[in-house]
Design a protein around this ligand. Structure first.
Ligand code: PEP
Length: 258
């Protein structure tokens, strides 16, 4: 037993308006309540689009649900003339616990570099939220056999400048790009290989306390039917779930993998 609380985070991406968001959160909560989900054993987090966060907040507060929520991105700026951006203070004010940074879709479609991802992770933590820092290799890198080195380099850049104690509180998500939204899930062994290498790298650069505390998630075509095998691996502490998090029953099943 690692002592790390498993974390299941549902990244809704650009799906669901605020009415649909309320419906999904209520349905998820009802399902988990029915099945007596132990929130101390598995933390449940939803990550809706910005426009849904206020509604999710109201739903979660009103029902006194133990479901937490976060944002899919954050600005590196505090305030000012940055049209379209959302600051850490705005997200914290809405009760966000987590912020996903450096998702592969942001890296690919918005040119986000490790340096930018690192700056966003620092903003999230300084704002009182936990960054979920995403890394992962594309198919070409996987086929070349360089996937571990690629992800370790991304971790080095994306987690720069945090103290050991800070690192111990962060979350990393290993998401091989070839497994995202493709239905092609990595094997539990594939997930373990990279998650273990990332933890070893953190031990090497920041010490054992950081490596023992930091939670490392796997992401890529996770479903209720494949989560159990993935969670059996010692260095996998949870999952970042895309498509399957849009269905309450499916995501509920993932949260109750144990
Ligand atoms: C994701 O984008 O974070 C993800 C893991 O997506 P999916 O579960 O749909 O593969």
């Amino acid at each position: 037993n690692s002592g790390r609380t498993p974390l299941m985070a549902g990244n809704w991406k650009m799906n669901l308006n605020h009415h649909e968001a309320v419906h999904l959160v209520q349905k998820l909560a009802l399902g988990l309540a029915d099945k007596k989900h132990d929130f101390s054993a598995v933390e449940v987090v939803v990550v809706p689009p910005f426009t849904d966060i206020r509604s999710v907040q109201t739903t979660v507060d009103g029902g006194q649900l133990q479901i937490k929520y976060g944002a899919q991105d954050i600005s590196v700026h505090d305030d000012g003339a940055y049209t379209g951006e959302i600051s850490a203070a705005m997200l914290a004010k809405l009760g966000c616990s987590y912020v996903v940074v450096g998702h592969s879709e942001r890296r690919e479609y918005h040119g986000e570099t490790d340096a930018l991802v690192n700056a966003k992770a620092h903003k999230a933590l300084a704002g009182g939220m936990t960054p979920i820092v995403c890394v992962g290799e594309g198919l070409d890198v996987r086929q070349s056999g360089e996937h571990v080195a690629h992800c370790v380099a991304q971790i080095d850049g994306s987690l720069a400048g945090f103290s050991s104690a800070q690192l111990a509180s962060l979350v990393v998500a290993y998401e091989p790009v070839w497994a995202i939204g493709t239905g092609e899930v990595a094997t539990p062994e594939d997930a373990q290989e990279v998650c273990a290498a990332l933890r070893a790298r953190i031990a090497e650069t920041a010490g054992d306390e950081a490596a023992a505390g930091i939670r490392i998630l796997y992401g890529g075509s996770v479903k209720a039917a494949n989560i159990a095998g993935i969670m059996q691996k010692p260095d996998v502490d949870g999952a970042l779930v895309g498509g399957a998090s849009l269905q309450a029953d499916e995501f509920g099943g993932i949260c109750r993998f144990y």
